[in-house]
Design a protein around this ligand. Structure first.
Ligand code: DGL
Length: 257
């Protein structure tokens, strides 16, 4: 048994490709099937029920393609539905992603940490609890970013429009110094360069991609499902917006540095 079935990875759109890249970096011999639901994106401004329904549909699609494990490469879907998924699929190696507050808090004592995420992620109990946990060690400032994931969905990773958007977004939170930023949505690492230009290179930036990838590797190991193959694996893309442009965008983002 070589365990060559793919690891299924999904997001509301193309953002989860930032996490897919981390998975491939540490488990290059695995096969991957990436599902983006760009047709229904964004999730972050939808109702909880809708995000739960779409999330369950995405997992069903990945399983119908033979996925041996599932990565919820979307902070929004994780906050809305990961508990439901764990109940429904108790034997499936499954990991979700959440804003990487811990490394940001540990980075510097008593610092001011800005957490960028979708309005839904920041509203959910999961995030509220996470924030409470670190409340006495740092000043955590949630920054909802409606509209930011759409730039990445268009493949617009730089330029005047994005710059103007970010400047306006950060204006209120920049009145006091920022020590670090947490990218709490998988689309945002693709805008990292522009975020750095906006807030200054001295601000440390964290995201949960690498930690989540390592957690998936650990789960697969425990389940005895890591591939035994010594050949480099494959990466395939599926998208609910089934167009040539969308496929090209996926390849473009996957090739980003
Ligand atoms: N990439 C997603 C996340 O990590 C969601 C963006 C959205 O659909 O609003 O939260």
């Amino acid at each position: 048994m070589e365990n060559r079935e793919p690891i299924g990875v999904f997001d509301s759109g193309v953002g989860g490709i930032s996490l897919l890249r981390e998975l491939v970096k540490i488990m290059p011999n695995e096969n991957y099937l990436y599902l983006g639901d760009s047709q229904n994106a964004p999730y972050g401004t939808k109702s909880l029920e809708e995000v739960r329904r779409l999330t369950l549909e995405n997992v069903d699609i990945l399983l119908s393609h033979g996925a041996k494990a599932v990565v919820v490469a979307c902070n929004t879907a994780t906050s809305a539905a990961v508990a439901i998924l764990r109940k429904k699929f108790p034997d499936l190696p499954l990991v979700g992603i959440e804003p990487a507050i811990k490394p940001a808090v540990l980075y510097k004592q008593n610092s001011r940490v800005v957490v960028m995420a979708t309005p839904m992620t920041l509203r959910q109990e999961k995030f509220q609890k996470l924030m409470k946990q670190y409340e006495d060690q740092a000043r955590i400032v949630p920054l909802p970013c409606p509209g930011l994931m759409e730039f990445v969905e268009r493949g617009e990773l730089e330029g005047e429009r994005l710059k103007t958007y970010l400047e306006k977004l950060f204006r209120p939170v920049r009145k006091e110094p920022i020590d670090s930023i947490v990218l709490g949505c998988t689309h945002y690492p693709f805008a990292k360069k522009m975020i750095e230009e906006t807030v200054g290179h001295e601000v440390a930036i964290f995201d949960g991609g690498n930690g989540t990838a390592r957690e998936m590797r650990r789960r697969l190991m425990v389940a005895g499902k890591l591939t035994k193959s010594e050949k480099k694996g494959t990466v395939s893309f599926l998208n609910s917006r089934d167009t040539e442009e969308e496929r090209e965008l996926c390849e473009f983002l996957f090739a980003q540095k």
